[in-house]
Design a protein around this ligand. Structure first.
Ligand SMILES: Nc1ncnc2c1ncn2[C@@H]1O[C@H](COP(=O)(O)OP(=O)(O)O)[C@@H](O)[C@H]1O
Ligand SMILES: [Mg+2]
Length: 348
């Protein structure tokens, strides 16, 4: 179907796409995903596309207009040209949905299976950063069974990272299950909190300075450079760290664009955001988060599907960099379709 959509450059004919927007999901970020997906739908409609909404319940069941969705491998998803999985956290951002969409044969927005999985595992991600020499805090991954078998040895490894430290479940987001630890005697309790969420914990040395986030958006196919690093933004919040309440209480966090860091640190953030994006083999989009202390810039994490409403940090950073929301979602869908076509043209 051909039509003229609002997202094209003036005078350019763009085709209307049928986009399956996946919302909800099984993770604790279910509600955040519902907000992201509603915004994605509005953005796609504003860009002239058609949307099929698929809601994934907390029980994992997929529903469309209240009816259970059934799928057949290789036969796509609800007749959609492309899927936009606006899902955050485990079972959505961790490669599992991406694998399912590969199996169905439908193009999908954003990172593929491997990059999604690596970025959802804080230990694997840091191991990869370490092999590439990218700057980050000291850390140790500790498995639940290691702690159960020899708690003293596990606490010894955790303490060797240095104090204060942050103890976290390795595969969660939204700051769920994170404890800041000041004394060695509290490491065991913090590890138990992490293990109540996840069989793998990560202990990290506390970084100083401010938290800076940078959006990455892949350029239209064929354009160079391959991706844009957005204007970075500074996350300002009250309290010990950027916890769940600071993230989701309206008004609890302020985003400063530009951030209060030196021009050289800012340039380093943008360069490192692109290097990290490339290093993990990301596609489409990412938000790369940093700790910046003077001239020291450390990579914290890369989110392959960051919060995605127009008031989310990612969309604000891209908007400040000249990419309005409808253009953003339109670009991501087109990139997904082009990637799928390239892959289909390969012998494998
Ligand atoms: N190593 C660290 N040094 C300083 N602050 C940290 C560290 N790790 C986590 N934090 C604080 O906890 C927040 C959440 O941690 P993060 O690793 O980004 O997990 P999530 O995936 O839940 O966002 C960070 O934004 C920061 O405020
Ligand atoms: Mg984070």
């Amino acid at each position: 179907m051909a039509a003229t959509g609002a997202a094209g450059s003036p005078g350019t004919a763009v085709s209307t796409l049928r986009v399956a927007v996946l919302a909800g999901g099984r993770s604790s970020e279910h509600d955040v995903s519902l907000s992201s997906a509603a915004a994605v739908r509005d953005g796609l409609l504003a860009a002239g596309h058609e949307v099929t909404a698929i809601e994934i319940g907390r029980d994992g069941v997929w529903r469309r207009d209240g009816s259970v969705v059934s799928v057949t491998p290789g036969e796509g998803l609800a007749g959609a040209d492309v899927a936009f999985a606006a899902l955050h956290g485990p079972y959505g951002e961790d490669g599992s949905i991406q694998g399912m969409l590969e199996t169905l044969g439908v193009p999908y927005v954003g990172a593929g299976v491997a990059a999604s999985a690596v970025c959802m595992d804080k230990v694997l991600f840091k191991d990869l950063m370490a092999t590439l020499g990218l700057p980050q805090v000291g850390y140790a991954g500790i498995r639940e069974e290691q702690f159960a078998e020899d708690p003293a040895a596990a606490i010894g490894r955790a303490a060797a990272v240095g104090l204060p430290s942050f103890v976290k479940p390795a595969h969660l987001g939204s700051s769920v299950g994170i404890v800041k630890v000041a004394d060695r005697e509290h490491l065991g309790a913090a590890l138990r909190v992490a293990f109540s969420h996840d069989a793998l914990a990560i202990v990290e040395a506390a970084a100083g300075g401010v938290e800076i986030e940078c959006g990455v958006l892949e350029a239209p196919t064929g354009e160079r450079p391959r991706a844009l690093a957005s204007e970075p933004g500074e996350i300002v919040y009250q309290g010990e760290f950027y916890d769940y309440a600071a993230k989701y209480t309206p008004g609890a966090m302020e985003l400063l664009i530009p951030p209060r860091i030196s021009a050289s640190a800012l340039a380093r953030v943008r360069a490192l955001a692109l290097r990290t994006f490339e290093a993990v083999g990301c596609e489409g989009l990412a938000r790369v988060d940093f700790f910046v202390d003077g001239e020291e810039v450390l990579v914290n994490e890369l989110n392959t599907m960051p919060g995605f409403t127009p008031t989310s940090v990612y969309a604000k950073l891209l908007d400040a960099s000249g990419v309005p929301y409808p253009t953003l979602v339109d670009r991501l869908c087109r990139l997904a379709i082009e990637r799928h076509a390239r892959q289909a043209g390969r012998r494998n």
